[in-house]
Design a protein around this ligand. Structure first.
Ligand code: PLP
Length: 452
């Protein structure tokens, strides 16, 4: 099998081009690659590798840019609810909470993480098709801002649970606008065949039912059409136009609509995709929903956190294969699964100062996991790498650590937050005791017996 090398007309961005678009990363003559004011080499020395490293300044800067885009579009009442699934690290959530972010959660664990990070319950929205009774009870006990219901069945369940507790659930109805966000099939959510939301044609009757049911206060309509949307604003515009029309129809029927949840999904340029800016998203919201005079909510995850993080790894060794040069690193698909799962491209920068000016040749960058899918990059131009040399996988701040596993019995990597000249471990590297903790042998296997 030969690697599909990038066509010469479409070369990968150079190290300099990757750096130019990522202002929190700079290259220093003596320190090599630096995040904010902290050299990655220092982090690796102190914490080891593989390690996720997040830039607090970048989280704040990107949150601020989105906030300004909304304000400038006349959407000052809009609220931003960070999609916790993109990065549930408590320090990351804390930085965003301090900047004014609420949270969009999809599980009890994420709800607990958001609360533990100091995000007020009144700024938390609970999404997802499979909220359990236990999760709905917790959301009600915490008195969160709203639950986004995804089906008629879930509406009935929320009503029964809330009424049983003598409480009122604020519920928005998630609609499926049947638009194609033209992103990866695994992360497109707004087609009618996807599992998410209710058909827009069913929404008026269901919303009326919500208004009639005990224990439910209908508060609005929610939509989320997919993730890593880079194909322009057309899908967003279509979705918001449909939602706008639905809100007018609900109002005409005398039903109360307090707000519209516009979802997340704004993509980022991992390679050199022409990714839309938050100004474009704010514009699409304004065009589709601006004349309703309602506050809107946004649920961005990737756009805020993706570019703020890197996965720092060490080269284990280079291997001269029969047909390829392999650079084997100590991070694997269990850490960063996006290349294996979504065929995702991540920039890879060598950390050492001299590495960035050394001669380059194509390499397959692979992890140690026993699957061919454990390949981070094919035909990537990299210098010769000695064992122990550091590399940074870029744009790993969203759906990175969050999606990691212990596959191949590999402990979860450490997480570090950089803030100016300071850095701190914000999640310990998992130890081997912790890796095996919770497992037990049944009594009948407790004493080893001789085999057959
Ligand atoms: C995943 C998700 C988001 C965030 O998506 P991003 O692409 O990270 O912005 C927002 N809302 C809902 C309902 C989601 O499922």
């Amino acid at each position: 099998m030969t690697a599909p090398l990038p066509a010469p007309t479409d070369p990968d961005p150079s190290f300099a081009e990757l750096l130019a678009l990522r202002p929190h990363l700079t290259r220093h003559a003596f320190d090599g690659l630096v995040m904010e004011e902290v050299p990655f080499a220092r982090i690796a020395e102190t914490v080891g590798t593989p390690t996720w490293v997040y830039s607090a300044g970048t989280l704040r800067r990107r949150f601020g840019a989105l906030r300004r885009a909304l304000d400038d579009a006349g959407l000052a009442a809009a609220t931003i609810h960070f999609a916790v699934k993109a990065n549930p690290n408590l320090a990351v959530l804390r930085v965003l909470a301090a900047a004014g972010a609420g949270a969009d959660v999809v599980s009890e664990g994420e709800l607990r993480a958001a609360r533990a990070a100091g995000i007020p319950a009144s700024a938390i929205v609970f999404s997802g098709v499979g909220k359990t009774e236990r999760e709905i009870r917790l959301a009600l006990a915490e008195d969160i801002l709203q639950l986004n219901a995804e089906s008629a069945e879930e509406v009935e369940a929320i009503s029964a649970i809330a009424a049983g507790l003598g409480r009122t659930a604020r519920v928005a109805l998630r609609v499926n606008p049947d638009v194609d966000a033209r992103t990866h099939a695994k992360i497109t959510t707004g087609r009618s065949e996807n599992k998410f939301g209710v058909a827009i044609s069913d929404a008026p009757a269901l919303y009326a039912r919500m208004a009639a049911l005990p224990g439910i206060e209908p508060v609005g309509v929610a939509v989320h059409i997919g993730s890593q949307i880079t194909a322009g604003m057309a899908a967003y515009r279509t979705a918001y136009a449909k939602v706008g029309a639905l809100v007018r129809e609900l109002r005409a029927a005398g039903l109360p609509v307090a707000r519209v949840d516009c979802g997340g999904g704004l993509g980022i340029p991992y390679r050199d995709e022409p990714a839309p800016l938050p100004e474009a998203l704010a514009g699409a919201i304004r065009v589709g929903l601006g004349d309703l005079g309602l506050p809107v909510m946004l649920e961005p995850g990737r756009w805020i956190a993706g570019p703020a993080g890197v996965l720092l790894a060490s080269v284990v060794r280079e291997k001269r294969g029969a047909t390829h040069r392999f650079v084997v690193v100590d991070a694997g698909m269990n850490d960063l699964v996006r290349p294996a799962m979504y065929e995702a491209w991540h920039g890879i920068l060598p950390v050492a100062p001299e590495a960035l000016v050394a001669p380059l040749s194509p390499a397959e960058v692979v992890g140690p996991v026993c699957e061919t899918g454990d390949t981070f990059a094919r035909g990537r131009a990299l210098p010769a790498m000695q064992p122990g040399a550091l590399v940074a996988f870029l744009d790993a701040g969203a759906y990175g650590a969050a999606m990691s596993s212990t596959y191949n019995a590999r402990p979860l990597a450490a997480e570090v937050l950089v803030d100016g000249a300071r850095f701190a471990v914000v999640r310990d590297r998992q130890g081997y005791d912790a890796l095996l903790a919770g497992q037990r042998l049944p009594a009948w296997l407790a004493t080893p017996e001789p085999g057959p």
